[in-house]
Design a protein around this ligand. Sequence first.
Ligand code: AGV
Ligand code: CA
Length: 317
Amino acid sequence: MAAEQSKQKVIFDHDGGVDDLLSLMLLLTMQHVELLAVTITPADCYLSDATVSTQKILAMFGQDHIPIAQGRLHGINAFPAEWKAQPKICNAFPDMLTQKFNSDSLSAKAADELIAELLMQHDKVSLLMTGPCSNLVAAIEYLPAILPAIEQLIWMGGAVDVPGNVAMHNHNKSAEWNAYWDPIASAKLFTYGIEIKLISLDATNCLPVNLSFLSDLAAQKGNHVSHLAGQFWATTINSIPSYEFTYFMWDVLATSVLALPSSAIKFEDVELNVLISEPNAGQTYRCQGSGQWAKVATWVDKQQVLDYVLEQFKRDF
Ligand code: AGV
Ligand code: CA
């Protein structure tokens, strides 16, 4: 019990992409984390696929008592259908097909309701979000009293001093997709005074998935988790030939922030605001006086992140 109390409490909200699933695996390797729940945003995925993947990964790590809740909110700007379908293949790998899971762990509550409920019951909770922020924003709008329970929010989202990755007819590429999906929620997120660590494209751009890293991971494929992670990452190598050609370790970097030493990542305090109208919807920009201060990751020790991921995936569960 005493050991449990000293653990870092985390609620993880993801949106079912391949790197969201890898992030869940990485999170489950972290001995210092007590995972309170996993909630799913139906953004860069199909909700049913993402739910099964989540249930099976939790079961694989012997953690299938952890509650899961599905999001009921949909952003204004849908993800391309090809991207949403991409993680489907993860559920088709033999290790995933044969994995049993606990269907009781799927909560009858919606994601925003479960987040609100848990933040009423716990304090000093870290939120890790690797998709859009709509579930959290809805929870706060419904119950602002939960705000003091949030110790920090680590969010993979935004692009501050670098171009975004939204390439749509109504956009000028100034935004990152998680912030663009629901730009109104993204703008609200920076009004509550939450301690936000923003893992934006500024930091993730240095971590493309490449064969050198995958070779290092393959060298430890005798380990079950490394083997499955290698298969998941392999599906991103022929990154969907629409809009963009490189798959990055976006969410995996954000997840690593829970464990990386301060020497491995630099944050800059930036006053930020979010635009909500096209062609800039979801753009996270530096402002003066009208925004909220956030810690934006500006530099990461790339090798330290990769070494950490390799080390964690080497462990047996
Ligand atoms: O913008 C990065 C976010 C991350 O949370 N997602 C993918 C990651 O899960 C959207 C995204 C950007 N480019 C993509 C994305 C691509 N080429 N394929 C799939 N998703
Ligand atoms: Ca994601």
